[in-house]
Design a binder for this molecule. Sequence first.
Ligand SMILES: [Fe+2]
Length: 205
Amino acid sequence: MTKKIFTDCVQRLIKTFNEIDLTDQSVYMNWLAQTYYYTSHSEQLLNTFANDSQNLDIKNRWLSHANEESGHENLALSDLKRLGGNIEDYPELQITKDLYEKQVGISKRSSGIAPFGWALALEGLAAYVNDDYIEAISKAHGKKATRFIRVHAEEDEDHIEKALEMVSFIGDNKEIEDNIKLTSDIYCQLLMTCYKIGKSYKNVA
Ligand SMILES: [Fe+2]
């Protein structure tokens, strides 16, 4: 069941990710800024999941993931700067905060188990997003302004395999399933908001 929910949610995420058209510069810059905000919390959030975990394998999994995410927010920020963007012009949205703030309580209540839903949704998107789309985004903005997206599209296939292995070890789990859905809903809303704001910038300009 968890695998089926995972597949459905990732398909929905990829569909929305394609639809907002990140080859459009204003949409892409808004997305980079919001990505910078939420990924600024990833390392600390993953360490919180580790602290909440009682199983040593799960704790170590979160700790190594925290290590891998360290500094990734700087990739998004430097991509934004490359395109002449100033982070102060892009305030953090409430939906962006929802992406990480809700996970603190979810982790505590489930002893670090339910956050696998968060990791699966976000890493599933990164791992399965279409290569041609990444190539088109890279071509539209240049290689130096697409480091965040390229690093994640290339590296996360390994992450997702590790996460799925851990989830099959845990077995079907409603808290993980609910969190895959919640995280996918929030991330789709975040994408749509970046799209709407990006388009409205364009109409004003
Ligand atoms: Fe990352």
